[in-house]
Design a protein around this ligand. Structure first.
Ligand SMILES: *[C@@H]1O[C@H](CO)[C@@H](O)[C@H](O)[C@H]1NC(C)=O
Ligand SMILES: *[C@@H]1O[C@H](CO)[C@@H](O)[C@H](O)[C@H]1NC(C)=O
Ligand SMILES: *[C@@H]1O[C@H](CO)[C@@H](O)[C@H](O)[C@H]1NC(C)=O
Ligand SMILES: *[C@@H]1O[C@H](CO)[C@@H](O)[C@H](O)[C@H]1NC(C)=O
Length: 292
């Protein structure tokens, strides 16, 4: 009799545990679809008052246009402008470079250090280019929203002055996620290794969040600079006469503190290109893509 009762209790416990599991998986599934409806949670619009508007965009095919000197004489403008969405970085100009880089800008990913450059020409960026979305990334000390974040304060002021401007910030959580990605890919702690992620890295992550397919223009592969016959181009297509790209990359790769690991980041993209929807143009990384 006693053992029958025990069996009964065990069954009851199992049934209730099962229903909790079923309810939980149902609830989390609901939660996932709800999240999909409100946009990308890693990017939130700067609005005076409550900040609860997430970046809600999705494109079939995007162009990610690098600021590299590789874009000089690329002649890719028409090809780039034809794509659904054109992503650029910082204050990389199109005026005067249309033939090489195109004239359409759907979205700019902007480093906290480039915000003053954007503000220098605020009517051009926030009024004339009102269709462009701005996504700004930066460290917590500059981006905190408690009144002490210097760059965040500047952006909030701009958002008040230009209410139609679409200015977003990469959330603190998303930045931590990107550090996690770097750690997983390289085995190195980004901060302890004295490195900053580059604007290119945040741009690549955002492009993967919002595009089904990504055409990358002007990004070199991680081994490009070690090829004896590589061509020397300026670091940025719009800043002639500065240090050439490969030298800049080497200096940063070796910097003990405060460097961008451009070459390491390119090696990461090379691995992502094998299973994600990335294609590299001008220079093309076809040798690698053939591996997939
Ligand atoms: C603002 O940017 C546009 C586009 O790059 C440029 O044509 C214009 O000269 C700039 N204006 C100022 C004041 O820098
Ligand atoms: C961009 O260039 C195309 C031609 O290639 C032109 O039709 C269009 O008006 C230009 N758009 C802007 C915003 O300048
Ligand atoms: C990093 O790897 C760990 C362990 O595989 C995983 O749990 C975590 O989600 C990964 N993080 C990112 C940002 O990919
Ligand atoms: C350098 O040489 C390699 C191997 O011959 C070739 O595949 C590559 O296209 C060359 N690169 C440049 C920039 O000329």
């Amino acid at each position: 009799m006693k053992s029958l009762q025990r069996v009964y209790w065990i069954c009851l416990v199992l049934v209730s545990a099962l229903s909790v599991v079923l309810w939980y998986s149902h609830a989390t599934r609901l939660d996932v679809t709800m999240m999909a409806n409100v946009g990308l949670r890693g990017y939130v619009r700067i609005t005076p008052g409550k900040m609860d508007q997430f970046l809600d965009v999705h494109f079939k095919e995007c162009a990610l246009v690098s600021s590299s000197g590789q874009m000089l004489k690329a002649g890719k403008g028409k090809e780039i402008d034809k794509l659904d969405c054109v992503i650029r970085m910082n204050n990389a100009p199109t005026v005067g470079y249309e033939h090489d880089v195109g004239n359409k800008t759907s979205l700019r990913v902007v480093s906290h250090t480039s915000v003053p450059l954007i503000l220098k020409n605020e009517t051009y960026y926030f009024q004339q280019s009102v269709g462009t979305v701005y996504v700004v990334w930066g460290p917590e000390r500059n981006m905190r929203q408690d009144g002490k974040g210097h760059i965040f304060n500047i952006l909030l002021k701009a958002a008040k002055k230009y209410p139609h401007a679409k200015i977003y910030v990469v959330t603190r959580k998303k930045i931590q996620y990107c550090d996690g990605l770097f750690l997983n890919e390289t085995g190195k702690n980004r901060m302890q290794s004295g490195a900053f992620l580059s604007t290119g890295f945040f741009t690549m992550v955002l492009a993967m969040d919002m595009c089904d397919r990504i055409q990358v223009y002007g990004m070199i592969s991680d081994d490009y600079c070690s090829q004896a016959n590589h061509t020397a181009v300026p670091y940025h297509y719009y800043e002639k006469g500065r240090m050439d790209e490969c030298r800049m990359y080497r200096v940063h790769e070796k910097a003990r503190r405060g460097g961008h690991r451009f070459i390491t980041e390119k090696a990461i993209y090379g691995r992502w290109a094998l299973h994600k929807k990335l294609q590299f143009n001008h220079p093309s990384w076809t040798d690698r893509e053939n591996v997939s």
